[in-house]
Design a binder for this molecule. Structure first.
Ligand code: AAL
Length: 403
C-alpha cells in the first residue's frame, strides 16, 4: 500500500515539475518572439521579462520611437463678429477653413429656433438642432472676427432627397472647382430615416452651387428593421456599420484619387464598453463627383465621431473623438485605410473645422494648432468657437527646471 502511495505522489510531483518547465519554456518562447530588448525593458520599467502582465505585453507592442509629437493639449475661445453666440440661432459643424482672396472661408450648418424632438408631429416640428437647416458661409481676415455672408446650399424642393435638411458640410478645392459635401435628410425625419450624402460644386467660391441630382453616398442596405414601430434599436439584423446613416463627409484628394471619409451609424445601435457604436469608413472615386465606391476594408476605425482627417507624411492622419474604445486618439495610416494609434489625448475639440492652409508636414499635428469647433450652449443652441492646441513637452512642478 505504502509503495502505491509513494508511486502516486512521485507521479504528481513529476507532472508538476514538467508543467512548470513547460510554462517556463512557453514564457521564454513568447519573450523571444516578442524580442524584448534591454532598452525596451528599461524604458517600460518592466520588473521581470519572464513575468509579463497583460498590460506589459500591450506596452511591448508600442513603437518605441514614438515621441510626443502626436500628443497635444487644447483650449477653446469665443469668436467675434457674426459667429459669436447669437440667441435663437444654431450654428454648428464648421467645415475646414480655406483661404482665398486674402480671407478665410468657412461653411456650416445653420438653423433657427428650439428643438422639439420626436414626441410631437414631426411634419411640423424640428426634431434635432440640425433639422430644417441650410448651409451658410462666413469669411474672416484673421480667423477670429467673422462676417456671415449668407446661404450657400439650401434644402431641396419638396420630394427631393435633401428636402428636409442639408447640414454638416466640408469643403474641398480641386483644380479650379470648389466642392461642398454634406449630409442630407428627406422628409419625414423619423428616428429610422436614412441619412445620405450630397455634393455641390461651383467655379466660384461664392457660388452659385450646382447640386448632385442624387446622393453621392448612401447607407448600406443590409440591415433589417424589426416591426413597423419607429424604434431605431429594434432590428432583426444590424447590417454593416453604416446601415443607418452616412455622416460627416470629408473628401481628400489622395494618391490620384478622392477619398471620401465618413462616419457610419448602424441600425440597432448598441452601447459597448467604449460608448456608442460609431465607426468611420472610406469610399474612393477617380473623380471628385464620383462614383464613390465604399472600401471593402470598412470600417476603418472602431471608434470616433465627426471626421477630422488630413494628409501627413504620404499617408492620412485622423483625430478620433467622442465614441468607442479608441476615442481621444490621433491615428495615422500609410495608405488611408489601415490606421494605428500614434497619440492618446486627454480630450479634443469636437466637430473640428481644420485650417487647411497649415503646413501639414511641419509637425504631425501642425494642422491642429488652431481652427474652429462647435460647442453646446444648450441642447437647443450650438455655436462656433475657436480652438488652439500645443504640443506638451514637459510635466514639471512649480519652479522645477525643464532641463
Ligand atoms: C454631429 C455629426 C452629424 C450628426 C449631428 C449633426 O456631431 O456627427 O452632424 O448628424 O451631430
Amino acid at each position: 500500500m505504502k509503495k502505491i502511495i509513494y508511486i502516486f505522489l512521485t507521479c504528481i510531483i513529476l507532472t508538476g515539475i514538467s508543467c512548470k518547465q513547460e510554462e517556463e519554456k512557453e514564457i521564454k518562447q513568447q519573450n523571444s518572439e516578442m524580442n524584448i530588448t534591454d532598452e525596451q525593458q528599461d524604458f517600460l520599467g518592466i520588473t521581470n521579462i519572464k513575468k509579463l502582465s497583460a498590460a506589459s505585453k500591450r506596452a511591448l507592442e508600442w513603437d518605441m520611437a514614438l515621441g510626443n509629437e502626436w500628443f497635444f493639449e487644447y483650449e477653446v475661445f469665443d469668436l467675434k463678429g457674426d459667429l459669436a453666440y447669437e440667441e435663437g440661432v444654431v450654428r454648428r459643424d464648421p467645415s475646414a477653413m480655406i483661404k482665398e482672396n486674402g480671407k478665410y472661408y468657412v461653411w456650416y450648418t445653420r438653423s433657427t429656433g428650439p428643438t422639439d424632438g420626436f414626441a410631437g408631429d414631426i411634419e411640423k416640428s424640428k426634431v434635432f438642432p440640425w433639422d430644417r437647416c441650410d448651409i451658410w458661409y462666413a469669411t474672416s481676415e484673421d480667423g477670429l472676427t467673422w462676417k456671415e455672408i449668407g446661404p450657400a446650399v439650401k434644402r431641396g424642393d419638396k420630394g427631393a432627397y435633401d428636402d428636409r435638411s442639408v447640414f454638416t458640410v466640408e469643403i474641398m478645392k480641386h483644380e479650379d472647382t470648389y466642392y461642398l459635401c454634406y449630409q442630407t435628410v428627406k422628409s419625414p425625419y423619423t428616428v429610422r430615416v436614412k441619412n445620405q450624402i450630397g455634393l455641390a460644386w461651383s467655379k466660384s467660391i461664392d457660388g452659385p452651387w450646382e447640386k448632385s441630382k442624387k446622393p453621392i453616398l448612401s447607407p448600406a442596405d443590409n440591415g433589417i428593421w424589426k416591426g413597423e414601430k419607429q424604434n431605431r434599436f429594434a432590428v432583426d439584423k444590424k447590417g454593416d456599420f453604416d446601415s443607418h446613416k452616412v455622416h460627416d463627409p470629408c473628401i481628400i484628394p489622395y494618391n490620384g484619387k478622392f477619398y471620401l471619409y465618413y462616419k457610419g451609424e448602424q441600425m440597432g445601435e448598441a452601447i459597448t464598453f467604449g460608448g456608442r457604436q460609431i465607426r468611420h469608413g472610406v469610399a474612393i472615386a477617380d473623380n471628385p463627383k464620383g462614383p464613390y465606391v465604399k472600401s471593402e476594408y470598412n470600417p476603418i476605425s472602431n471608434s470616433g465621431h465627426e471626421i477630422c482627417v488630413w494628409p501627413y507624411n504620404g499617408g492620412i492622419a485622423s483625430l478620433i473623438t467622442t465614441d468607442g474604445p479608441e476615442k481621444n486618439t490621433v491615428q495615422w495610416s500609410p495608405d488611408g485605410i489601415n490606421f494605428e494609434i500614434k497619440g492618446v489625448v486627454k480630450g479634443a475639440p469636437h466637430a473640428i473645422g481644420l485650417n487647411r492652409t497649415a503646413d501639414t508636414e511641419k509637425n504631425p499635428t501642425e494642422i491642429l494648432r488652431w481652427g474652429l469647433t462647435h460647442q453646446y450652449k444648450t441642447g437647443d443652441y450650438q455655436y462656433i468657437r475657436g480652438f488652439r492646441t500645443w504640443n506638451k513637452k514637459h510635466h514639471t512642478a512649480k519652479g522645477e527646471s525643464k532641463e
